[in-house]
Design a protein around this ligand. Sequence first.
Ligand SMILES: *[C@@H]1O[C@H](CO)[C@@H](O)[C@H](O)[C@H]1NC(C)=O
Ligand SMILES: *[C@@H]1O[C@H](CO)[C@@H](O)[C@H](O)[C@H]1NC(C)=O
Ligand SMILES: *[C@@H]1O[C@H](CO)[C@@H](O)[C@H](O)[C@H]1NC(C)=O
Ligand SMILES: *[C@@H]1O[C@H](CO)[C@@H](O)[C@H](O)[C@H]1NC(C)=O
Ligand SMILES: *[C@@H]1O[C@H](CO)[C@@H](O)[C@H](O)[C@H]1NC(C)=O
Ligand SMILES: *[C@@H]1O[C@H](CO)[C@@H](O)[C@H](O)[C@H]1NC(C)=O
Ligand SMILES: *[C@@H]1O[C@H](CO)[C@@H](O)[C@H](O)[C@H]1NC(C)=O
Ligand SMILES: *[C@@H]1O[C@H](CO)[C@@H](O)[C@H](O)[C@H]1NC(C)=O
Length: 443
Amino acid sequence: MHRCPNPFTTFKTPWSLSLSNPMGGINTFFLFIFLTLFLVGNGEQDAQIKALQTTVGSSLATADGFQSVLIRRAYKTIQAFKKKITYDPKNITKTWRGKNICRDYKGFLCDVRPDVNQTAIAGVKFNNYNFNGPNLTLTELITGLPDIVFFHANSNNFTGSIPTNLNKLKYFFELDLSNNNFSGRFPTEVLRANKLLFLDLRFNTFVGTVPSQVFGLKVDLLFINNNNFIQRLPANLGNTTALYLTLANNKFIGGIPPSIGQASNTLLEVLFLNNRLNGCLPYEIGFLKKATVFDVGFNRLHGPIPRSFQCLRKMELLNLAHNRFSGVVPEAVCSLPNLSNFTLSYNFFTQVGPQCRKLIKKGILNVDRNCISGLPYQRRRAVCSRFFATSQSCPNARSLTLVPCRQGLSDGELASSDIESTAPSPAPAQAPRRGSYGALSPH
Ligand SMILES: *[C@@H]1O[C@H](CO)[C@@H](O)[C@H](O)[C@H]1NC(C)=O
Ligand SMILES: *[C@@H]1O[C@H](CO)[C@@H](O)[C@H](O)[C@H]1NC(C)=O
Ligand SMILES: *[C@@H]1O[C@H](CO)[C@@H](O)[C@H](O)[C@H]1NC(C)=O
Ligand SMILES: *[C@@H]1O[C@H](CO)[C@@H](O)[C@H](O)[C@H]1NC(C)=O
Ligand SMILES: *[C@@H]1O[C@H](CO)[C@@H](O)[C@H](O)[C@H]1NC(C)=O
Ligand SMILES: *[C@@H]1O[C@H](CO)[C@@H](O)[C@H](O)[C@H]1NC(C)=O
Ligand SMILES: *[C@@H]1O[C@H](CO)[C@@H](O)[C@H](O)[C@H]1NC(C)=O
Ligand SMILES: *[C@@H]1O[C@H](CO)[C@@H](O)[C@H](O)[C@H]1NC(C)=O
């Protein structure tokens, strides 16, 4: 369950995505590629692509022996980039010799680019190569490979800036720069990559703020955890189309924006873990009817668990530990059908009913270090008294008793069905189940 996932194991196959684009035209051959690549595992993809492209690309070979003019252009880029690498512990660049890039070069994947019907470099996969160099920048590499669909470079020592022309890359769907040596402000250049579905910038040392436009990107996956971002979460956070959103291990402050409820048709997993969030949980979280993971552990949040949480029918992992929550643990939340880990330890809850006690017995609910009399491992009475003497109320107190999924709403309250209709239906899930937790390790 906590294996280190590659969120992209079922990567959306390169250019076949353009099948749905009328400009691309429907072509049974690409449909075939699309279906096979979509259905087979990752390991077989390379072989498939290679098999395909030895048959397809050949007739477009250049006179000087490259598979296509696009490959010849890539050759120059790759050879120039090779000179920048001074540390290559896995001897990857030793394979970067000769003209048959598609067959020989580790780290590059070829496919036929549909609009020009020529073999090109479809993807770069440098994960865990640990490349380093005194000035290992990306700009020339990405700019010189304009056909790429994905650039995955987890665990290298890339540094410097991000290319500014990402909007020119017609098929650029996935950017993974996690666990590198990027620093400074959020790389706003990525906002131009308007085709991106995956954006993974975790484990760098970015500082400052995340521009609100990031939550307007039409991505499926947004990982920006383990940086040094400091700011209030932008009010438009809930505009994100991400299925997997991890903001963990930064220095975000303020409250969780109520707009989060707008992500109800898409959001599956969200990690706010280990920031400096405060305030009370907004009841709109209860609209997240598809969510299976919600984690706000290690923050400074207070107030009760909103009653709306009983609407989180798919929830499996719910972590509110290490905050300042209080009140009664709602029985209806303990009755959620699929809860497998409900962690409330290190808060100030005062009561649990029979349903919740069942979960405690089963080892699903953890209420250690709270203020529940009669249960073991609780905080000392004096600590609880001190907390309750100074505890704050919630500005949104009334909304915290609303249950938006219950039939027969009065007062014209917004039902979750009212905000469902407009959002697009989600793409198929790309990360493995509970993939977001894997994002909390660097690799
Ligand atoms: C890389 O090549 C060097 C020298 O040829 C060799 O000593 C080393 O074991 C190789 N490393 C790997 C991981 O193959
Ligand atoms: C693409 O090129 C191959 C061989 O070069 C050719 O057989 C095929 O008909 C071309 N397809 C399109 C759609 O032009
Ligand atoms: C690092 O590389 C970039 C791009 O190749 C170049 O513009 C810059 O001058 C280099 N910096 C150093 C210190 O070599
Ligand atoms: C980056 O370089 C430093 C220093 O050489 C090294 O300790 C670190 O492991 C490298 N990071 C990666 C991901 O290769
Ligand atoms: C990381 O990048 C900085 C410049 O931003 C550079 O001084 C440092 O040497 C790099 N570290 C590694 C391990 O490459
Ligand atoms: C969210 O997006 C919609 C449409 O894309 C826009 O009208 C709305 O203003 C956005 N909300 C926020 C809070 O930015
Ligand atoms: C509950 O979780 C299991 C897997 O853990 C899943 O197969 C099932 O569809 C889920 N049920 C609901 C109601 O979400
Ligand atoms: C439940 O979740 C908590 C917090 O995320 C974690 O620390 C704990 O190990 C999990 N328990 C199990 C049994 O997986």
